[in-house]
Design a protein around this ligand. Structure first.
Ligand SMILES: Cc1cc2nc3c(=O)[nH]c(=O)nc-3n(C[C@H](O)[C@H](O)[C@H](O)COP(=O)(O)OP(=O)(O)OC[C@H]3O[C@@H](n4cnc5c(N)ncnc54)[C@H](O)[C@@H]3O)c2cc1C
Length: 400
C-alpha cells in the first residue's frame, strides 16, 4: 500500500485544487490524484475564459459570494504577479426594458447592484449603439454595464494554483484515476486507482467534477453530467470586440442562454457559449462532438445580436461538462454515513468564479467548522420535482 495521506483529494479541477491549497495552508498533510495531467484537457475548469459576475438575479448569497471572490481574484493577481482575472466588466443586454417581466434576471440583478451601492450604467438602444456599436440595437433596447466583473483565464489559474499547492507541500500525483474508495467499518482508509495503485488516507474528498456521481453512485439521484457547447470565432476586425469597446456579456440570457467574452489577442478569438439545459452525457463514454444544428443555432444568435460576427470563421468548438445538481447549488459536505469521506463538487455551470472562496468552504467543512456560505451546499434530498435555481440559466421547463 502506497504512502499515507491525512487527506487525499480526488480531482485537480478548481474545487479540488483550491481545497488542496487551503488545507495545506492549514498544515494538513494532503495528497491529490488526477488522471493524465493537471489542468486536465477534459476538465470543466480547463478553459481559456470563465465569466466572473455578481449578477445572480435575486440571489443575494451568490451576489455576496461573487463580490468576495472578485476581491480574492485581485489578491491572486497581486500575489502571483500575473493577470489571471481580467476586470473588463459585465454587460447585460436586454430585449425589453430591464423592469419588464420578461427580464427578471436582469431586473433583480440590477436591483441588487443598486441596493449594494453600485453605480447604475444603464443604456438605452441609442447609448448602447454609441458605446457598443457591434450590438444589434434593433433587438436589444436596454442594458446595464457593471465595471466590477469580467473573466478569469481558468486553465492558467488551475496551473498556477497547482504549482502553488506543490510549493506548500501538497503531493500531486498525476496519471492516477480513482476507481474505488475503500471503506472499513464505516471509515474510509484508502483509495484504489484504475492504474492499480492504492493510496491510504484518513479522509478522502471527491472533487471529480462530472465524474463525481459515478464515483459515488448514491449521488446519482441528485446530480447529473450535462454537456454544453462552446464556440471560438475569429473576427475579421477585432477592435470593436476588444475592451473597452466590448465586455463579458449576456444576451437576454435567462430567455436564451447565450453569453460570451471579449476578443482574446493571444488566441485571436471571441468565445461564445450557451448556459441552458445542455445534454445529458456520460463523462467517459459519450462523444462530445458539437452538432451542425448547434452551430446553426449559434449563427442565428449572432445574426440577431452581433451581425458583424455572423460569418466569422469558427476555429474551435468544445462540449464542456457541468456536474449539475438538480437545484443548481454546489455540493460541499461530508458523507452522511461514511466517516472520512466528503464531496466538493456540483459546480452546475457556475462554480469557477467562486474559486477564491471555494477552498475555505471545503476546508471548513472537512474540519467540521461552519462557513458563512455553507448551509445551502450541504448534503440534501432532491427529487425530480426540484427546480433549478441559478437565475441566469435558461432552463426549459424550469427543471433539469
Ligand atoms: C461550458 C462551460 C462554461 C462554464 N462557464 C462558467 C463561467 O463562465 N463562470 C463560472 O463561474 N463557471 C463556469 N463554468 C462552471 C465551472 O467550469 C465549473 O463549475 C468548475 O470548473 C467545476 O470544477 P470541478 O473542479 O468541480 O470540476 P473539473 O474542473 O471538471 O475537475 C474535475 C477533475 O477531476 C478529475 N477526475 C475525474 N474523475 C476522476 C477520478 N476518477 N479520479 C481522479 N480524478 C478524477 C478530472 O480529470 C478533473 O481534473 C462553466 C462550465 C462549462 C462546462
Amino acid at each position: 500500500m502506497k504512502k499515507t495521506y491525512e487527506i487525499l483529494i480526488i480531482g485537480g479541477g478548481i474545487f479540488g485544487i483550491t481545497a488542496a491549497v487551503e488545507l495545506a495552508k492549514r498544515k494538513h498533510k494532503v495528497g491529490l490524484i488526477n488522471p493524465d495531467s493537471i489542468p486536465h484537457h477534459l476538465a470543466a475548469s480547463t478553459d481559456i475564459t470563465k465569466a466572473v459576475r455578481m449578477e445572480y438575479g435575486s440571489d443575494k448569497e451568490y451576489f455576496k459570494m461573487a463580490e468576495e471572490a472578485i476581491a480574492g481574484f485581485h489578491e491572486w493577481n497581486d500575489f502571483f504577479k500575473k493577470e489571471l482575472y481580467h476586470e473588463v466588466g459585465y454587460l447585460m443586454l436586454c430585449k425589453d426594458k430591464i423592469e419588464s417581466e420578461t427580464q427578471t434576471y436582469e431586473k433583480e440583478s440590477y436591483n441588487n447592484l443598486i441596493e449594494a451601492g453600485y453605480a447604475s450604467n444603464r443604456m438605452d438602444s441609442e447609448s448602447l449603439a454609441k458605446k457598443y456599436p457591434v450590438v444589434n440595437t434593433s433587438n436589444y433596447i436596454d442594458a446595464n454595464y457593471n465595471p466590477k466583473g469580467g473573466y478569469v483565464e481558468s486553465e492558467k489559474l488551475v496551473a498556477t494554483l497547482a504549482d502553488y499547492a506543490r510549493s506548500l507541500g501538497v503531493e500531486i500525483i498525476e496519471g492516477q484515476t480513482a476507481k474505488e474508495i475503500i471503506v472499513d467499518k464505516g471509515q474510509v482508509n484508502a483509495v484504489r486507482t484504475k492504474e492499480g495503485n492504492t493510496y491510504s488516507c484518513g479522509h478522502a474528498v471527491v472533487a471529480a467534477g462530472a465524474n463525481t456521481p459515478y464515483l459515488l453512485p448514491e449521488l446519482k439521484p441528485y446530480m447529473k453530467s450535462t454537456g454544453h457547447p462552446v464556440f471560438w470565432l475569429k473576427p475579421s476586425d477585432p477592435t470593436p470586440f476588444t475592451p473597452p469597446n466590448f465586455a463579458v456579456f449576456t444576451a437576454d440570457i435567462s430567455n436564451s442562454g447565450w453569453y460570451g467574452f471579449p476578443y482574446l489577442p493571444h488566441l485571436g478569438v471571441v468565445k461564445i457559449a450557451k448556459h441552458t439545459n445542455g445534454i445529458e452525457i456520460h463523462p467517459d463514454k459519450d462523444d462530445r462532438q458539437i452538432r451542425n444544428e448547434e452551430v446553426k443555432d449559434m449563427r442565428e444568435f449572432l445574426k440577431m445580436t452581433f451581425p458583424s460576427l455572423v460569418n466569422a470563421p469558427l476555429v474551435f468548438t468544445r462540449r464542456c461538462l457541468y456536474n449539475d445538481t438538480l437545484d443548481g447549488h454546489f455540493w460541499i459536505d461530508k458523507h452522511p454515513e461514511i466517516k472520512g469521506l466528503s464531496v466538493s463538487s456540483g459546480g452546475s455551470g457556475h462554480g469557477l468564479k467562486m474559486a477564491p472562496i471555494l477552498g475555505e468552504m471545503t476546508a471548513d467543512m472537512i474540519e467540521g467548522k461552519t462557513h458563512k456560505f455553507s448551509e445551502r451546499y450541504r448534503w440534501r434530498h432532491l427529487t425530480s420535482n426540484t427546480l433549478q435555481r441559478e437565475e441566469a440559466r435558461y432552463i426549459i421547463s424550469g427543471k433539469l
